[in-house]
Design a protein around this ligand. Structure first.
Ligand code: HEC
Length: 150
């Protein structure tokens, strides 16, 4: 993809660059820290505070809502910049987020859409991890160290 090479120096210095793809956003958001490197929860023996997203039944809208607003009273954080304060979540009036939900990433709606598309395409409903599927988490690089075992 030609456009991928048109990264300005400013964007290159900013780890939250708008150009980030879904796999990169997965890293930036720290999602792997709870859901496992490849979103398979306990499956890959990584940190497992969160469930496997491969078994999720959420559709794109459900994914966007969960990622944007988090789940109150659980470890699932909100990741939309301005969630609760500027964008209503869970039907609550605008204001400080409830004390029982924490902040994760700080993404735009567009980035969360990219992340949801990534999950729909490579994760949800896909319990079998192939080398190629693994590579999707690393910008399409199926030779990434973590993928060599598949
Ligand atoms: C601190 C741990 C933690 C982090 C970081 C985290 N999650 Fe979660 N996530 C959870 C937990 C725990 C749940 C289950 C919440 C519940 O009980 O409903 C969850 C639930 C979800 C669900 C709903 C799954 C379903 O089928 O109901 C999605 C989607 C999700 N997380 C995506 C993400 C994404 C994308 C990121 C990164 C931007 C992320 N999570 C970061 C802990 C985390």
């Amino acid at each position: 993809m030609f456009l991928a090479f048109l990264v300005s120096p400013a964007a290159a210095q900013n780890p939250g660059a708008e150009e980030a793809n879904g796999g990169r956003l997965w890293q930036l958001g720290g999602c792997f820290g709870c859901h496992g490197n490849l979103a398979d929860g306990a499956g890959d023996g990584a940190n497992t505070a969160g469930p496997s997203l491969r078994q999720s039944r959420l559709d794109r809208e459900g994914l966007i809502e969960t990622i944007s607003c988090g789940r109150v009273g659980t470890l699932m954080p909100y990741n939309l910049a301005g969630a609760y304060t500027e964008v209503a979540c869970h039907g609550l009036p605008l204001g400080e987020p409830p004390a029982t939900v924490t902040r994760g990433g700080s993404f735009t709606e567009e980035q969360i859409g990219t992340l949801a598309d990534f999950l729909v395409e490579h994760v949800v409903g896909q319990s079998r991890i192939t080398r190629e599927n693994c590579g999707a988490f690393f910008n399409g690089n199926a030779d990434a160290p973590l993928c060599r075992q598949y």
